[in-house]
Each structure stands twice: as C-alpha cells, then as structure tokens.
Design a binder for this molecule. Structure first.
Ligand code: ATP
Ligand code: MG
Length: 237
C-alpha cells in the first residue's frame, strides 16, 4: 500500500449482491479515483433485526463471483470472520490497524442507509474513521438527505463533476462526499421476491450470480429445505 493509495469499502448484507451495488462501487471508484474497492458482507446477528435469507457462506460466494469480473474489486471477509456484531466503526478501526490511514479509506454507502447514520454504533465518532461517500439511490435523492441531516451539512462535500484525481489533504479531517448518480433501481428485496416467483433476473445481477442462486436454490419459497420441490428448470438468468 503506497502512502497515497485509496481504498473504498462497500458493506452490506448482499442478500444477494446485485448490479445496483456494483454500479454504486463503480461510480465511487471513478469519482474518487479509488485504487480498489472491498466488498464486505456483514455478519447478520440473529439478535439484530431480520436474519439474512442466505447463509454467510452463500452471500460471500455471491460477492466473490460478482467481484471476479472487475479489476480493483475484491471480496473481504473481515466482518464474517468476527464473532462481534458488524459495526462499521469497528471494521474501520480494524482496517486502520492493518495500516490504512483514515484519509485513505472511503466508506461507500447508499443515501437510504446513510439517512439512518445517527442511529449507528459510535455515532458521530464513526464519521471520523474514514471518508464517507454517499451515493444517491432511486427514491433517495441527496437533497432529502441534506435536509434531514443539518448537523452534518458542514462536513458534506458534493462531487458534481468527474475529477481527474481529486487532491485531498491527507492530514485534514475526513469528510462526507455526496455523489448524485443514476444507479439502477434494484434491491435485494426485489430480487428475492422475483426468485420466489420464478421470475428471471436478467439485468439485475451478474450472470454468474444468477446461476449460483439457481444452482443452490437460494431464496425459494419456505426458505430452508427445498429438496421436496420439483426442479422446474425455471430459467432465472
Ligand atoms: P435489501 O433490499 O435487502 O435492504 P439492498 O438492495 O438495500 O438490500 P443492502 O445490502 O442493504 O442492499 O445495501 C448495501 C449498501 O448498498 C447500502 O449502503 C445501500 O444503500 C447500497 N445500495 C444498494 N443498492 C443500491 C442502489 N441501487 N443504488 C445505490 N446504493 C445502493
Ligand atoms: Mg438495504
């Protein structure tokens, strides 16, 4: 890692990963000239909200397949390896322990998820652990976010053009970059519902991800054991 290298981090449930995630990572990578982006599936604790539908192993396999076609994109198991709940503040601290400076880390997040930032573990200190890169999402414009988070306005920095290599002061405090981008209107929730109805996933996930979902019978009705169901050969790709 060189002194000026920049690492993006896109965390999520990835249940499953889809083209909206990949486009969000690509937009952030392009706009901030990131050298790499790590895709970090979160460990979903049974005590925190609804459980993930696919296992940790399957979600990691899907993320690995999705990353395989893109230079600079890699899966990262940091949160899955840990017994502790997946808190971003802790993940950023672990990355800093590995030698990343906080101004070399760019935590990428959709506008829907960032809207809840004040409820996060270790807020507002978590925002000092890395730059945050907030990307708009269909139905979640940045204007709403700016309006809803007046306390953070001073550290928000909209990026409206494509900088060659935005120069950043390595010693300055991390900021919250805002990127207004057209990302596809896709959610994992929508994908799970489509699989349950045996509808195709064309244009929603990479082909190798669709093939894995089909082969492993993920997201079929009734969740777990689907061995009693006939293999209809439904084409999901
Ligand atoms: P679910 O429907 O299960 O909540 P999701 O599609 O929202 O799934 P997550 O794993 O919750 O996916 O999202 C991980 C991160 O990716 C979040 O920061 C989220 O805001 C962002 N994200 C997901 N889809 C998009 C999209 N289409 N455009 C921009 N950001 C997105
Ligand atoms: Mg979500």
């Amino acid at each position: 890692m060189t002194a000026s290298s920049r690492t993006g981090i896109l965390g999520g449930r990835f249940d499953p990963i889809h083209l909206g995630h990949l486009e969000t990572a690509a937009v952030a990578q392009r706009m901030l000239a990131l050298d790499r982006v790590l895709l970090i599936p979160s460990r979903v604790s049974p005590h925190r909200g609804a459980p993930a539908r696919a296992t940790d192993r399957d979600r990691l396999a899907l993320v690995t397949l999705a990353a395989s076609g893109t230079v600079g994109l890699s899966p990262c198991q940091l949160e899955l390896e840990s017994e502790a709940p997946s808190y971003t503040a802790v993940t950023l601290e672990r990355l800093r322990d590995q030698g990343h400076r906080r101004t070399q880390l760019f935590f990428i997040i959709g506008a829907d998820a960032f809207a809840d930032i004040s409820t996060w573990h270790d807020y507002p200190a978590v925002l000092d652990g890395a730059h945050f890169v907030v990307v708009s999402r269909p139905g979640h414009p940045l204007a709403d976010l700016i309006e809803a988070l007046p306390d953070l306005r001073a550290r928000m920095r909209p990026l409206s053009h494509n900088p060659e290599r935005l120069s950043l002061d390595a010693n300055a405090a991390p900021v919250v970059f805002l990127i207004d981008a057209v990302t596809p209107d896709i959610s994992s929730t929508k994908i799970r519902a489509r699989v349950a109805r045996s509808e195709p996933l064309i244009g929603l996930v990479p082909d190798n991800v669709a093939a894995y979902i089909r082969r492993h019978r993920l997201y079929m009705p009734q969740g777990g054991d689907t061995s009693h169901l006939p293999d209809t050969g439904a084409e999901l790709t």
